[in-house]
Design a protein around this ligand. Structure first.
Ligand SMILES: [Zn+2]
Length: 121
């Protein structure tokens, strides 16, 4: 993928946000085994400066989400729900919506509105 290593500031923010949302959701909802997350198209540690651990299901979802984000054909990227491309399909769409809702509430309760602000901008 041509974009590897050349990620824009906005992409970085979106990727970090997505990772954080999925991480919170997984930590609060899934008790199974978790493995450090790695993403073949981009070095996660370069963005996040730490490792995040996810269960197999969340790993799959986050991989999908990050892939879709990096493949987004629109520049600047519109808000996903207002976008005509609708790259999240079926189960993924439902799941990511659930995660956004859960982790969004979690952040409000824990005073992390700054993260939320980034996402809604
Ligand atoms: Zn999980």
């Amino acid at each position: 993928m041509a974009k590897k290593g050349k990620i824009s500031g906005k992409e970085k923010v979106d990727i970090r946000t997505l990772m954080k949302f999925v991480e919170i959701f997984c930590k609060e909802n899934h008790n199974g085994e978790r493995d450090p997350f790695s993403f073949r198209l981009y070095d996660i540690k370069e963005i996040e400066k730490r490792e995040i651990s996810l269960c197999p299901d969340c790993t799959k979802l986050l991989t999908y989400g990050l892939t879709m984000r990096l493949k987004c054909p629109h520049d600047p990227k519109p808000m996903c729900k207002k976008c005509e491309t609708q790259c999240y399909k079926g189960d993924y769409k439902e799941k990511i919506r659930e995660i956004m809702k859960f982790s969004g509430m979690y952040m409000i309760k824990h005073g992390r509105v700054d993260m939320l602000y980034h996402y809604l901008r």
